[in-house]
Ligand binder design. Structure first.
Ligand code: KG4
Ligand code: ZN
Length: 352
């Protein structure tokens, strides 16, 4: 069946048409069309996502990208409409839901609700797949701007949460660190770019909770260490540096080294706990998804660790890790196969 998916949970407006086939044991997906309209340049001025602006942009972008993806001509090619119902920014979620509702009504097609987090979790299915028999149980890390969750998957639909962040999400930590370093929003790609030119051993940042017995994470202490490090580096000039936000009058001389050390500390914490879970539960694969999974150091480290353990590594290409609607079609199809119905209303705190 062909699903048309709508995603507006945060700062990307996205639509996709995906051909979905086969069953829960081995679902198959082929992305026929996918369009993502990013609002990043708009929110950049404010150093983060402004919900009311996000809503306005989604309202403006939805009809534009609907036309771009094929518009009314897709009616005969679509079997059902899927929409993200949560988690996310409430006003942003409603724009997608209202759009999808009216489309489904006009086209007389069923409407399926999907979870944004399940979209991330299942995004690896958008890549050509081996047989799924060989990947479960799996240790799956979902790392985005709002979430950091480690799961143990027994199958696509049977999983339990092993741990999650106690404070900031990994992406949020990157974004906040970038703000401190006077780098633009979103911080993850900017820190990664600077880090490529730096020495990850230059500054000894902490790896919070790494020795705790649980599978939880914590990143706010890491961010505070960065703040102390900057205050210490600038000393008398700190006030001036702070005042000149965005004007770059005073620069951090070892910016690349600081970025590389911060990135390494954050990635080490994520990798350490994921590998610990992989060993304890004797998994057959490690998975990583969500915006932060676009980070090369994280992907390469987890890929290397999977190889060492002689297990599979599951992750979609970067384009399917950051927000998109193809992954929402996947989550919708799995809900359909699993007969799981989500209420078609904005659920800002919907969990996994
Ligand atoms: O999944 P996503 O696109 O949106 C949410 O569901 O939150 O994730 C966005 C987050 C942002 O915090 C962004 O800084 C981070 O993913 N991110 C990265 C990279 N690309 C995006 N973090 C580290 N390295 C990257 N290359
Ligand atoms: Zn996301």
């Amino acid at each position: 069946m062909r699903l048309l998916a709508v995603e507006t949970s945060c700062d990307e407006t996205a639509l996709a048409l995906v051909e979905c086939s086969e069953d829960l044991e081995n679902p198959r997906f082929k992305v026929l069309r996918s369009v993502v309209a990013s609002q990043i340049p708009l929110h950049r001025r404010f150093g983060g996502v402004v919900p009311s602006l996000a809503k306005r942009e989604h309202l403006k972008n939805l009809p534009i990208i609907f036309r771009k993806i094929g518009g009314e001509s897709l009616r005969d090619k679509t079997d059902a409409v899927v929409v993200t119902v949560g988690p996310g920014l409430e006003p942003a979620l409603w724009t997608g839901i209202e759009f999808a509702k009216s489309l489904a009504k006009r086209w007389k097609k069923p409407l399926i609700g999907a979870s944004h987090l399940q979209g991330h979790l299942y995004s690896f299915l958008l890549e050509p797949q081996e047989n799924l028999e060989d990947v479960f149980p799996s240790a799956a890390l979902v790392v985005s701007g709002g979430h950091t969750i480690l799961l143990l998957l027994q199958s696509l639909v049977k999983y339990k949460k092993l741990g999650e962040t106690r404070d900031d999400a990994a992406g949020e930590a990157f974004d906040k660190a970038a703000r401190l370093l006077r780098l633009p929003y979103p911080g993850g790609p900017e820190i990664e770019k600077a880090a490529k030119k730096g020495n990850p051993k230059a500054v000894a940042f902490p790896r919070p909770m790494i020795h705790d017995k649980n599978y939880d994470f914590s990143f706010s202490g890491l961010k505070t260490s960065l703040l102390y490090y900057l205050k210490q580096s600038f000393k008398a000039d700190w006030k001036e540096f702070n005042k000149n936000y965005g004007q770059n009058k005073i620069k951090l001389e070892n910016l690349n080294d600081v970025a590389a050390s911060f990135e390494q500390a954050l990635v080490d914490s994520l990798v350490y706990k994921t590998v610990k879970a992989a060993k304890e539960f004797k998994v057959k694969s490690i998975g990583v998804s969500g915006g932060v999974a676009a980070n090369s150091l994280l992907r390469n480290s987890l890929r290397k660790e999977s190889k060492k353990l002689d297990i599979a590594f599951l992750s979609a290409s970067k384009r399917w890790n950051t927000d998109n609607a193809a992954m929402i079609a996947v989550a919708g199809y799995i809900n359909f196969l699993n007969r799981k119905r989500l209420k078609i209303e904005a659920q800002p705190n919907l969990g996994l």
